[in-house]
Write a protein that binds this ligand. Structure first.
Ligand SMILES: [Zn+2]
Length: 160
């Protein structure tokens, strides 16, 4: 009887840990509901480089046209990986604007690099904004440095 009780207690603890972990996943700053996410890549909602779920890491999603097809990456990290190591010819690079949750031209975005909000695939987070005021406000609240796409790209390259 005692063994069964211990086993049951163990099961209850194990299942509550699973629930806690699920809550943590839902609380990621990057996450949006699948309804809020724009998926420009045909066929799948996962990053072609690392396989992570795109809506779960939506606020750091990037997209690019590679050989006539849209590819959608979980992060700048995976876009850099594809371009630098798989030699993907990435054209028309886009990034999610954290404020509007819409894709914008990455080369015109303002990136906040190194804020206290956690990054995707990187210890140093990179969040993009369409408007400089939004980026400055985010950096004031969360720390980090505002920079352009090329500078953020070079920061992401340092992870490899
Ligand atoms: Zn990825």
């Amino acid at each position: 009887m005692k063994a069964i009780k211990i086993l049951l207690a163990g099961l209850i603890i194990a299942s509550s840990l699973v629930i806690l972990n699920a809550d943590k996943i839902m609380e990621l700053f990057q996450s949006v509901s699948p309804q809020e996410a724009t998926i420009v890549q045909k066929g799948k909602e996962s990053c072609p480089v690392c396989g992570m779920n795109l809506p779960m890491f939506y606020k750091t999603n990037h997209a690019a046209n590679v050989d006539g097809k849209e590819k959608q990456y979980c992060s700048l990290h995976c876009l850099v990986d594809d371009k630098e190591h798989n030699h993907a010819d990435t054209k028309d690079i886009k990034v999610v604007d954290v404020t509007s949750l819409k894709f914008i031209d990455a080369t015109k975005a303002y990136y906040v690099v190194g804020s206290k909000k956690k990054g995707t695939m990187s210890m140093i987070s990179k969040y993009a904004f369409k408007n400089l005021e939004d980026a400055a406000k985010f950096a004031k609240e969360n720390g980090g440095t505002v920079m352009d796409f090329n500078a953020a790209y070079n920061e992401a390259k340092k992870d490899f």
